[in-house]
Design a protein around this ligand. Structure first.
Ligand SMILES: Nc1ncnc2c1ncn2[C@@H]1O[C@H](COP(=O)(O)OP(=O)(O)OP(=O)(O)O)[C@@H](O)[C@H]1O
Ligand SMILES: [Mg+2]
Length: 278
């Protein structure tokens, strides 16, 4: 409120009206901030004197699936590392569920990381642990839940990825596609509000890729999570996304609905999409 506005509101009725209006604006801001699960404001990352990401602005809404596409080296994995807090930006702000993670203490960051699950490109399971222990890992590390409750959650999450009853198997007895699904079960075991996927379908056959795509969508529905999916797989991008953003040399060249991206006249976008879609 500026001075002029306040001085005009000398009588108490006017003041009431001003406060009411102020309160409404405030509530609208809070509601908006709650809608935004992930928000990057003017984010840049400079490494060894080179910009890996430059002036990135991005908002992912609660419950949305945002797919990031772009050629190798365009900065996709770097973007995920920023969101999960493994990397600090050189400049700009990163907001997760209304908290600025570029300004907070490491202990608080761990609390925010508990809201996030990450599915790694090569599933990154612990080879010496059973599948059940792999899926239970985050729950054992970060919660005080009883062993029996943890067991129930593990069974439920393995069920979600269509792998019921393999708790006692070791990772080396599973196919690549099954390992990826276990990786997904592990990522969602703590019921994260945000799931980050780095190339979830790379190296998988078309049938397994389709299964993973369906899982990303059904997982979103099952736990109402927000998802950021990095992929080389354009077909998958168009199938699962609410919105698509394309990175090119560290900046976004387009961000929009699948239809908007398909219609883009930007040659960089057109070449990338046409080069992949057959
Ligand atoms: N720790 C680092 N130090 C210096 N440069 C880095 C570092 N990490 C990544 N880079 C560089 O940043 C750029 C973006 O890397 P990033 O891994 O984000 O790309 P990407 O889009 O995920 O590629 P890909 O599709 O191959 O996985 C690359 O040029 C890479 O060499
Ligand atoms: Mg990458």
């Amino acid at each position: 409120m500026n001075k002029e506005f306040i001085s005009k509101s000398e009588n108490s009725e006017d003041k009431k009206a001003v406060f009411k209006e102020f309160d409404a604006i405030n509530q609208e801001m809070v509601a908006k901030a709650k809608e935004d699960m992930v928000k990057l404001v003017d984010v840049s990352v400079e490494l060894d004197g080179r910009y890996i990401l430059k002036d990135i602005n991005l908002t992912v809404k609660r419950g949305e699936i945002l797919v990031i596409i772009g050629s190798s080296g365009s900065g996709k994995s770097t973007l995920l590392k920023l969101i999960i807090g493994l990397l600090k930006p050189t400049s700009g702000q990163i907001w997760i569920d209304g908290k600025n993670i570029t300004m907070i203490h490491e202990d608080d960051l761990n609390e925010i990381r508990l809201k996030m699950g990450m599915v790694f490109q090569y599933s990154a399971l612990f080879d010496s642990m059973s599948i059940g222990d792999n899926v239970a890992f985050g729950l054992k590390e970060h919660t005080d839940l009883d062993e029996s409750v943890i067991k129930e959650i593990v069974t439920e999450k393995l069920g979600l990825v269509d792998l019921k009853g393999i708790e006692d198997n070791m990772p080396n007895t599973l196919s690549g596609g099954m390992k990826k699904r276990v990786g997904l079960a592990r990522a969602i075991a703590i019921d994260p509000q945000i799931v980050l996927y780095d190339e979830p379908t790379s190296g998988l056959d078309p049938i397994n890729s389709k299964v993973i795509d369906e899982l990303i969508v059904s997982t979103k529905k099952a736990i109402q999570a927000t998802a950021v999916v990095v992929t080389h797989d354009i077909k998958s991008a168009f199938t699962i996304s609410d919105r698509i953003a394309m990175l090119h040399e560290g900046s976004f060249v387009i961000m929009g609905t699948p239809e908007e991206v398909k219609k883009s006249e930007n040659p960089v976008v057109k070449n990338f999409i046409n080069g992949f879609v057959t």
